[in-house]
Ligand binder design. Structure first.
Ligand SMILES: *[C@@H]1O[C@H](CO)[C@@H](O)[C@H](O)[C@H]1NC(C)=O
Ligand SMILES: [Cu+2]
Length: 150
């Protein structure tokens, strides 16, 4: 009996994560972009794997209407912030975020007082009809650079 208990414990510990994963490339072709820029059907426990391939960016949750720049630490609840990930010099950092809920989240980059955000560097997780990628992109492009939120 003791032997079988030990085996069962090891088997549980070896189980893979149950959630789905969504891969996002940050800064493809040296651009101010998340690729893809929209993720649908993500639920609590799923992961988003951000691979930073150029410059020095973050993936940070922010608000829908006043997004640029995102606040340090990310807009919550369910917010996240990868922190600055520098790909200059050839290393491509990878940051994995586990989603805390199945809600809609707006993501942008904190770099340069919101300049990257204003350039349209945006991602929506679980967009809705009212809170669409197009509407969020428009809010980002209209948001002035705000050095006091650095
Ligand atoms: C990345 O950007 C942040 C914010 O501008 C800066 O503090 C940091 O030093 C940069 N990292 C590198 C390696 O340049
Ligand atoms: Cu950036």
């Amino acid at each position: 009996m003791r032997f079988s208990t030990v085996v069962a414990t090891v088997a549980v510990a070896a189980l893979p994560a149950l959630g789905a994963n969504f891969d996002v490339t940050v800064g493809a072709s040296n651009g101010f972009t998340f690729t893809p820029s929209s993720i649908s059907g993500a639920v609590a426990g799923d992961t988003v794997t951000f691979t930073f391939v150029s410059r020095n960016h973050t993936a940070t949750t922010t608000t829908f209407t006043n997004p640029c720049p995102p606040p340090a630490g990310g807009e919550g609840p369910g917010g996240f912030d990868t922190g600055f990930q520098n790909a200059v010099g050839g290393v491509q950092p990878v940051s994995v975020v586990t989603l805390a809920d199945s809600g809609t989240h707006f993501v942008s980059c904190r770099q340069a007082a919101g300049a990257h955000c204003q350039a349209g560097m945006v991602l929506v997780i679980n967009p809705t009809e009212d809170q669409s990628l197009a509407a969020f992109t428009q809010h980002a492009r209209n948001d002035p650079i705000q050095t006091d939120r650095l």
